[in-house]
Design a protein around this ligand. Structure first.
Ligand code: THU
Length: 136
């Protein structure tokens, strides 16, 4: 397992956010899923003129994670950046997607355009989530 550095992660998130496709909101978001094997899985938000097909950075990265054959067991840390001076909070859809695909105690490092805001878990963002158990 690699040793993740708060400043290095911040630099990578800020570089990655420049790839965001945000002609409508101009609001850049980036997400990096750091795997235990050292591989990084990237995501940015990708918008659409029809608005609805827009995908958030977190779900872009999570879709990549699954596409590339990985799963929750492979994740060391998830890092999230929003281009804002406020708290960079994952949207409700992303919280639900995180709760489906990631362990509830998985750490998520959150940054905004000023600083590192803290380390949170999936459960912090979505307690009492709806899951497979609720279907049975
Ligand atoms: N956005 C994300 O990428 N992640 C979130 O959790 C919140 C919102 C994006 C979607 C859209 O492109 C822009 O931010 C403004 O909502």
């Amino acid at each position: 397992m690699s040793k993740l550095n708060q400043e290095e992660v911040y630099a990578e998130l800020k570089k990655l956010k420049e790839n965001a496709y945000v002609p409508y909101s101009k609001f850049k978001v980036s997400c990096i899923i750091y795997l235990k094997n050292g591989i990084k899985v990237f995501g940015v938000n990708v918008e659409n003129a029809a608005y609805n097909p827009t995908i958030c950075a977190e779900r872009t990265a999570l879709s990549q994670l699954i596409t590339q054959g990985y799963n929750k067991n492979d994740i060391e840390m998830i890092a999230l950046y929003t281009d804002s001076n406020k708290f960079g909070s994952p949207c409700g859809t992303c919280r639900q997607t995180l709760s489906e695909l990631v362990f509830e105690n998985q750490s998520i490092w959150v940054y905004n355009n000023k600083e590192f805001l803290g380390c949170y878990t999936v459960k912090d963002f979505l307690p009492y989530s709806f899951s497979f158990e609720n279907l049975t």
